[in-house]
Design a protein around this ligand. Structure first.
Ligand code: DCP
Ligand code: MG
Ligand code: MN
Length: 338
């Protein structure tokens, strides 16, 4: 990895420059003088910018940056990567696998099967593969779901859900969690936690599944339902949503939480996933157990750490209290990135 000292790291376009530099190095190696020059020119121009260049239009306004480079800059900023760069050193099979792994709901096994059948592009999947309803959506909306969502738009989706929930019960709480709650400038999807003080899971789930979700679907805000579970006391709805008068589908996850579990659910749904793993491990080391429902004590374990009893609930409703009992100093959501 090439660094140009602190000046690049402090630059608001540091990440973009870093990726463009790798492209320039690649074209240099392939003796493509013309492209190498174009990339170097764009990098030099970006270095002089005082603010972050986010859109194609902003990039085009800078002398020395043309159409193609402007596209790449927008892709880097909105997806946090450049597919062209990642594809350079891959075999066609690897390239197809990477592509298919981005289809919503397709894991490694499914993606590998498609590659083994000889499919190499999204068109192949669309025309030749037998796709489930959800896989069809994942392919059709591939580019939509790959795009990062600016924080302000995440908030707008949250507002629409909140208004629909409050129209039925103003005492319900609707909180945007996930990377949004951690303060991220842009998010991979929209994570919304829905709860009510003293509310039971049955009440909340019924209100959401029988009323709010159908109503928001009827209005055209919710576009598709992709996954739901309601095992025992946990419930979730995963789908897609789009702002009025737009055709850009976003992934949206709703989590239904009973009032007495809101603290544990907030920790779980705020993440990030690595932070969750480390705080859960810490709980186990202290003879406790943390999951999205609560913090428990007295977990009895047999050979090989097999759980014999569930233990008693220590705390579920208060996020800060859970940190306290665990003996971990309070960490605001912005600092829960591992
Ligand atoms: N989560 C977890 N373990 C996983 C997946 C998720 O603990 N394997 C928790 C922590 C995440 C939260 O759920 O922060 C939301 O999951 P997302 O996949 O939506 O991840 P983020 O919102 O953190 O990031 P992104 O911006 O990519 O959506
Ligand atoms: Mg998320
Ligand atoms: Mn999510």
């Amino acid at each position: 990895q090439k660094h140009d000292g602190n000046s690049t790291n402090d630059n608001p376009n540091a990440k973009t420059i870093e990726i463009l530099q790798k492209m320039a190095n690649y074209y240099d190696r392939t003796a493509d003088t013309w492209r190498t020059m174009a990339y170097r020119k764009a990098i030099a121009a970006l270095r002089k910018q005082k603010t972050k260049v986010c859109t194609k239009a902003e990039a085009l306004a800078i002398p020395g940056i043309g159409q193609r480079l402007a596209d790449k800059i927008e892709e880097i900023v909105s997806t946090d990567r450049l597919r062209r760069l990642e594809n350079i050193n891959l075999t066609p099979e690897d390239r197809a696998l990477q592509l298919f792994l981005g289809v919503y709901g397709a894991g490694f096994t499914q993606a590998s099967k498609w590659v083994a059948k000889g499919y190499r592009s999204l068109e192949d999947l669309q025309n030749k593969a037998e796709l489930t309803t959800n896989q069809k959506i994942g392919v059709e909306r591939y580019n939509d779901f790959q795009q990062r969502i600016r924080r302000a738009e995440v908030a707008q989706h949250g507002e629409i859900v909140r208004a629909a929930v409050h129209a039925l019960d103003p005492d319900m709480e609707v909180m945007v969690a996930g990377s949004y709650r951690r303060g991220a400038a842009d998010c991979g999807d929209i994570d919304i936690l829905i709860t009510k003080t003293n509310g039971t899971i049955e009440y909340i789930r019924t209100l959401m599944m029988d009323n709010v979700v159908p109503e928001l679907t009827r209005r055209g805000f919710l576009k598709a339902s992709l996954a739901t579970t309601s095992r025992g006391d946990g419930s979730k709805w995963h789908g897609a949503s789009a702002l009025p008068d737009t055709d850009l589908w976003r992934r949206i996850d709703l989590l239904f939480v009973p009032g007495d579990e809101i603290g544990a659910a907030l920790i779980y749904f705020t993440g990030n996933d690595i932070f969750n793993r480390s705080v859960r491990l810490l709980a186990r080391k202290k003879g406790m157990r943390l999951n999205q429902h609560g913090l428990y004590n007295d977990v009895l374990r047999g050979p090989n750490q097999v759980k014999l009893t569930d233990g008693t609930l220590l705390e579920g409703g208060d996020e800060k209290r859970i940190f306290e009992i665990l003996g971990v100093p309070w960490r605001p959501p912005q600092h829960r990135i591992c």
